[in-house]
Design a protein around this ligand. Structure first.
Ligand SMILES: Nc1ncnc2c1ncn2[C@@H]1O[C@H](COP(=O)(O)OP(=O)(O)OP(=O)(O)O)[C@@H](O)[C@H]1O
Ligand SMILES: [Mg+2]
Length: 221
């Protein structure tokens, strides 16, 4: 489903070059739930952003669903992302001026849908994450765990084949973290959604199919 070949990422500033990823090759199968662990700064978010086509590698090739992504322009990338991928960011990235329901509808705006369909799909996604009673709240009126669940609803509303999650349980207590993990496991089991999750939590990682460890930008066993 996702194929990374010899991915290298170099960040350059005026004075320093940082090799954030050093020749990473990784295949994620369709329907697989993969977790990525490693110390702070080892390149986990960089890898996830590159997998999600949010950032381009300095070298190497990314194929998603057997399509080469290297030659796509920004517009093609945006369309491809919108259709195939759902993102859950550690810091939620919700829009505070929009109500919960409107936040979750956002990915559907770029699709061929009517306003009514968008409402229904967003409400359905929010029900899945247990937030059916918070549709009209604003993000600032929610707890951290609830915001994380809104972010998950937004990631799943377009029924993406792939979900990329950067520490989705990182800011939560263990009960809420387990609840979020159950939602992801359920999506993987029932819809066959392919999931790649970055986590610092060994317990969470061991609930997934496979664990990849990164160290200093390279994959270790
Ligand atoms: N925009 C950037 N410009 C320069 N260097 C960067 C940039 N983004 C990340 N880096 C560097 O690349 C390396 C990998 O960063 P990355 O954010 O991928 O780490 P991480 O594994 O996600 O860490 P954490 O667990 O703390 O989130 C770090 O050394 C970081 O300083
Ligand atoms: Mg990170």
């Amino acid at each position: 489903m996702i194929r990374l070949q010899n991915i290298e990422k170099v960040y350059r500033t005026d004075t320093i070059e940082t090799l954030a990823l050093n020749s990473v090759s990784l295949d994620v199968a369709k329907g697989e739930f993969l977790s990525i662990m490693g110390p702070s700064g080892c390149g986990k978010s960089t890898l996830l952003n590159i997998m999600g086509l949010l950032d381009a590698p300095s070298k190497g090739e990314i194929r998603i669903d057997d399509q080469k992504t290297g030659g796509m322009n920004d517009k093609q990338l945006a369309q491809f992302r919108n259709k195939k991928l759902g993102f859950i960011f550690q810091s939620y990235h919700l829009i505070n001026d929009l109500q919960v329901l409107d936040n979750v509808e956002l990915p559907l705006l770029y699709r061929d849908t009517t306003a009514k369909q968008r409402r229904e799909l967003a409400a359905e996604a929010l029900e899945k994450v247990g937030l059916a009673n918070r549709l009209k709240h604003f993000p600032t009126q929610l707890s951290g765990g609830q915001r994380q669940r809104v972010a998950i609803a937004r990631a799943i509303v377009g029924r993406p084949e792939i979900i990329l999650a950067d520490e989705p349980t990182g800011n939560l207590d263990s009960a809420m973290g387990n609840e979020i993990m159950e939602i992801l496991l359920n999506l993987n089991r029932t819809d066959g959604t392919t999931i790649v999750m970055v986590t610092h939590d060994e317990n969470m990682a061991h609930k997934t199919h496979r664990l990849v460890r990164l160290f200093d930008g390279a994959q270790v066993l």
